[in-house]
Design a protein around this ligand. Sequence first.
Ligand code: NAP
Length: 237
Amino acid sequence: MSENKSGNQVALITGGGSGIGAAVARRLLDAGYRVAVTGRGEERLTAFAEELGRPGELLTIAGDTAVYDDVRSAVGATLRKFGRLDAVVANAGFATHDTVAEGDPAGWTDMVLTNVLGPALLIRASVDALKETRGRIVLVGSVAGFVHTPGNIYGATKWAVTGLAENTRRQVTEWGVGVTLIAPGRTETPFWDSYGSLPPGHLLTADQIADSVVWAMCRPAGVDVNTVVVRPVGQPV
Ligand SMILES: NC(=O)c1ccc[n+]([C@@H]2O[C@H](COP(=O)([O-])OP(=O)(O)OC[C@H]3O[C@@H](n4cnc5c(N)ncnc54)[C@H](OP(=O)(O)O)[C@@H]3O)[C@@H](O)[C@H]2O)c1
């Protein structure tokens, strides 16, 4: 689990075909990891693999992180291809960008299932393999899972992720498995496409968040970084 062992290691990243997940995948490949990335859209995954020159160390797996059969098969495919699993990054997620008092509930089911159920399914499907490697679970939460904003139902899903991280840590730490919650502030990614514009002010880049993810993942064996909140300077809440 230390930096100098990374050449042998394997990570599975949900939603790894764009944004933060793709940036983490690139960094881990550069560090010598073998990496599996998932996403619902085959095209996005293929484009990402092509952008990287289709390296043999990258496996792309189409599947929905909110569907247990898909998540189990992603873990199984990763183990079959690479033979072990050292880290999972529960990164897939999105926002409907509306509010509990005025929004459209039709969009909330998928958001809640992706953002809350998805990470739980990934933990359930991967924990046996992670016990074997004394690996790490990384959950991508949000600043919105630490601060309240009026009516923010997306924020409520991320509060659940904040809770899931610590609840999980308390169970799996005795098995030698680490748990890290990364809570990004505003970051320039396709996350904002459905919002219609980028939010005001200075935004982080996906690479800047990936730095923190990879830093936390590459701590020496026995060191478990639990919570990392990263905002751009100038983000007031
Ligand atoms: N950008 C920000 O400002 C910000 C701030 C705080 C937290 N975050 C969190 O960071 C994480 C990554 O988001 P991002 O900013 O990098 O945006 P992004 O580029 O839109 O990445 C989200 C990825 O998740 C995948 N995805 C969505 N639903 C999925 C599902 N049900 N099953 C499998 N894959 C799914 C998407 O691919 P497909 O659509 O092809 O499935 C996409 O590749 C999310 O959890 C987000 O909530 C983002």
